[in-house]
Design a protein. Sequence first.
Length: 229
Amino acid sequence: MAHAWGSLLSAVRSGAPAYHEIFGRPFWEDLQAHPDIAENFDALMGPAGHGNPDPEVLLSGGWDSVRTVVDVGGGTGSLLAGILRARPNVRGVLVDLPSTAAGSGEIFQDAGVAERVTTVGQSFFDPLPAGADLYLLKSVLSDWPDREALAILKRCAEAARPTGYVVLLNGVSPDDSAPSPELLMMVLVGGRDRSLAEFRELARAAGLEVKAAERQPSGRFVVECCPKG
């Protein structure tokens, strides 16, 4: 990470990540080429780096109608494990790259929810498991520029039709506050936080409509969407 900052000037000048100028390949490809570093990165994104996530994610409608949750880009499953542990009638699907999703087994076993989870090792740029009630994107879109973020949202919209919800946790800020300057993610992958107005436009282009947006007691800003039409 320290060496990656050497690409900051190029990233600011070009508006695109310049990680490859230091390491010879883009960040995500570099992780795939170095499984040991990828494992450390997954741990950093999980409870070891960010603590146990808050499982309260819905803004409206409650959990009564939710039977299946798909955690898109859910890492090693700590958020999904917390949700399923709190709600015994809900089943879960974890979607992440095979090498990352493979690390979820112990987390689900420790939470006592392994029998209610399906793990799908794939990219979230590919078609997602369809027909679930709730699709979660926690700290995902802020890792990507607009083009890739739009592609991810389109996949969520396709899978959620006609009655599912897509809920974002982190990565969007209220319009009356400046988006967080995620300089590290900009340097690594060209990602950024977005204002609610910016996200509305992105969601609309993906076939989603923002239904609710609210800051939770934990301080996390959550946005709830549903497929248009």
